[in-house]
Write a protein that binds this ligand. Structure first.
Ligand SMILES: [Zn+2]
Length: 307
């Protein structure tokens, strides 16, 4: 068992992480995450309603799980675009940095018939897009129609349809009465070539017996505990503990480059009409302001052919 030994028990108690494991000589691949801090940070930054928190939290958790198989400098983006009131949910994972946003963060809906936050209705019908930037010339793009809008089922459908990999996916966010995130987590268990029907049946039974993932996290179960329940009866090897958190890589320098790319005419128009420029990062809501002097400098710079 190889696990990261640089962190002590306190970090493991407090910070979000996932475990990557295999079972039955690599015929089963499993990722189990606790994502409470990630989802709570997203809620705080975007001031999301409970329904939007649950929807965004599930997509963020999915990105963290799927991003764990990527190598350094590779990234993964999930986009859930539906005709429901949330409009679109976007999440990106690169290394241990995960970030995301939802189109209409304040949209809230009544609980569904099961007494749960109605993510399916808030997302509506639409498409799930998966983009993997693996550092090749063209990124990988896959998409499937949404089957439920509940995200977990949609991802399972994506894996079956686009990657021909039967998968059990669960994503859960528990929102407290005051709107803060009490618990969030998820898992992705995949049957790889060589896994027989017996393994699939056993996994299905384990998934049923394990129950909702957010409830387990709220009862202080660790990703290792949840993994043990999911892969009960299998010969399991844990390979890695992967820490992640909400982090955005936007910067003033990047916004400056985007402004510069607008060209002198557009920049002069901004200068004349608004006396400056303001840009807000969709992912983290950081506001970047460029005053009159700075914008005038950018106009001058954009007139130079070599910039
Ligand atoms: Zn940002």
């Amino acid at each position: 068992m190889e696990v990261n030994t640089l962190v002590g028990p306190e970090e493991i108690k407090r910070e979000d992480y996932l475990v990557r494991a295999t079972a039955e000589d690599g015929r089963i691949l499993a990722f189990v995450a606790r994502s409470t801090e990630l989802v709570e940070e997203a809620r705080r930054l975007h001031n999301t309603s409970p329904t939007a928190t649950a929807a965004l939290g599930r997509v963020l958790t999915a990105a963290a799980l799927m991003g764990a198989s990527l190598k350094e400098r590779q990234s993964l983006t999930l986009r859930v675009v539906g005709d429901g009131p949330l409009r679109a949910i976007v999440a990106t994972a690169r290394g241990g940095a995960v970030r995301g946003y939802v189109g209409e963060p304040q949209v809230d809906l009544p609980l569904n018939a099961a007494g749960k936050l109605d993510v399916g209705a808030a997302v509506g019908k639409g498409v799930l897009y998966v983009t993997k930037d693996l550092g090749l010339r063209e990124p990988y793009n896959g998409s499937v129609p949404l089957v439920s809008g509940e995200i977990g089922k949609d991802l399972a459908y994506y894996f079956a349809k686009s990657e021909q990999t039967p998968s059990a996916v669960a994503l859960g966010v528990l929102v407290g009465p005051a709107g803060a995130v009490k618990a969030a987590g998820g898992y992705l268990v995949q049957l790889l070539p060589g896994a027989g029907d017996g393994m699939a049946a056993r996994l299905e039974e384990n998934v049923q017996a394990t129950g909702p993932v957010s409830r387990l996290v709220s009862r202080a179960c660790t990703p290792e505990d949840i993994l043990a329940a999911l892969l009960d009866g299998f010969d399991v090897q844990i390979h890695e503990r992967h820490f992640f958190r909400f982090a955005c890589d936007c910067s003033r320098e990047r916004v400056r480059e985007i402004l510069l790319a607008l060209g002198p005419e557009e920049l002069e128009k901004l200068l004349a009409e608004q006396g400056g420029a303001e840009a807000t990062c969709a992912f983290c809501n950081q506001v970047y302001r460029f005053g009159e002097g700075e914008l005038a400098e950018l106009v001058a710079l954009s007139r130079r052919p070599e910039h």
